[in-house]
Write a protein that binds this ligand. Structure first.
Ligand SMILES: [Zn+2]
Length: 114
């Protein structure tokens, strides 16, 4: 899965199936990610100095990466992706229509020139 923060994904399983949202956070170790507006939990808070109003706070909880698919703007739905290399740059591509879905995020450490 080549999903990165800021991507728009579609949820394909669970209570929020078919919901689309932006990836807010990715926990690659746990294989989970947080998507805007997906898997929201509400927390009731009492009035306090920090929350003079009290009331409800909502917060997105992480979902399994395998439960989301990257959105393809051309297909207008979540799709499976592949990776294609072009001129030394790896692109994610939609497996359905072959459209490029952006570069694969570069690794943090720079690869030494050969
Ligand atoms: Zn597509």
């Amino acid at each position: 899965m080549h999903i990165k923060t800021g991507d728009i994904v579609e949820v394909i399983a669970g209570d929020d199936k078919d919901v689309k949202g932006k990836v807010l956070h990715i926990d690659r170790e746990k294989g989970r990610l947080t998507v805007e507006g997906v898997n929201k939990v509400y927390k009731h808070v009492k009035r306090s100095q920090r929350n003079p109003q009290g009331g409800r706070l909502s917060k997105e909880m992480p979902v399994q990466i395998s439960n989301v698919l990257l959105m393809c703007p051309k297909c207008n739905k979540g799709v499976r992706t592949g990776v294609k290399e072009e001129n030394g740059v790896k692109h994610r591509v939609c497996k359905k229509c072959n459209a490029s879905l952006g570069e694969v995020s570069k690794s943090k450490k720079k690869v030494a020139a050969k």
